[in-house]
Design a protein around this ligand. Structure first.
Ligand SMILES: [Zn+2]
Length: 260
């Protein structure tokens, strides 16, 4: 059966000298792999039609007994050329796509994930790429994958957490805040989170506005704390290690003139 959908190119690799396998995130079929026969031949109709982070219109033949479908046609709708003009943007886009490739369910309709990836790739069209974008994306992605860290109430007794009233404790194993009473009573292993960091995490969880994320300024201490806290949470619940995260964060730490 031939079907038509849209897809973001997550990665591609050789199948033969001239053919490529392309992994896409689509709204209708989730993450899928397609074989593009003869993609590298000089007269291939696919030449220039797909590349990393492109959003394309895609026609493909589904194959019931294989998870490798056959691409028939694809046309770029958004080639995001700015992602090829900035190392910072490329590093973040690579991390975004890598997380989707690793953790999104294969073959299951994922319109919300597709929308999230498109919006966050488009947000990288700015000269001021900040680590906050990465952390914001992580929180939104965790929510859609069902691992949303709970910052608003105690994971055990459900008491409301007031961000302005420290101390605050977070359990990576349980995936949520633990109030001081529960932490002491149950001897839960926790990390302390400062009120300013907790306020940032809550704000990113709630907002869909890149302008709001861009407007927040953080000190290196705050960013280090957030990087460690979210990194520990992700490693605990998904997989360890995620090299593309470390690469993206290392590139974002370079001075802008060295990695623009
Ligand atoms: Zn509690």
């Amino acid at each position: 059966m031939i079907v038509k959908t849209h897809g973001v190119v997550l990665r591609y690799w050789p199948y033969s000298n001239t053919s490529r396998i392309v992994s896409w995130l689509t709204p209708d079929y989730g993450r899928i792999n397609t074989l593009i026969k003869g993609a590298q031949r000089p007269r291939s109709p696919f030449l220039g039609q797909f590349d990393l982070f492109y959003t394309c219109e895609l026609l493909f033949y589904t194959r019931d007994r294989s998870d490798l479908h056959i691409a028939r046609e694809c046309y770029p709708q958004n080639n995001r050329k700015w992602l090829r003009e900035s190392y910072r943007a490329t590093a973040l886009a690579s991390y975004y796509a890598d997380m989707i490739y690793r953790f999104s369910p294969a073959g299951a309709a994922s319109p919300a994930l597709f929308d999230l990836l498109n919006r966050h790739l488009d947000c990288l069209q700015t000269p001021e790429i900040r680590p906050a974008y990465l952390f914001w994306y992580e929180l939104k992605l965790m929510e859609l994958l069902g691992f949303n860290p709970g910052f608003q109430q105690c994971f055990r007794c459900h008491a409301a957490i007031n961000p302005r009233c420290p101390p605050h404790f977070f359990s990576f194993a349980e995936g949520g805040m633990i109030c001081p009473s529960c932490a002491e009573r149950d001897h839960v292993e926790t990390e302390s989170i400062t009120p300013d960091v907790l306020a940032s995490l809550l704000a990113w969880q709630r907002t869909n506005s890149p302008q709001a994320v861009r407007a927040c300024r953080h000190t290196p201490r705050q960013l280090g704390h957030i990087e460690k806290a979210l990194g520990s949470f992700i490693r605990h619940h998904l997989e360890s290690p995620i090299e593309s995260r470390d690469i993206a964060l290392n590139i974002l730490r370079l001075p802008p003139c060295a990695a623009s």
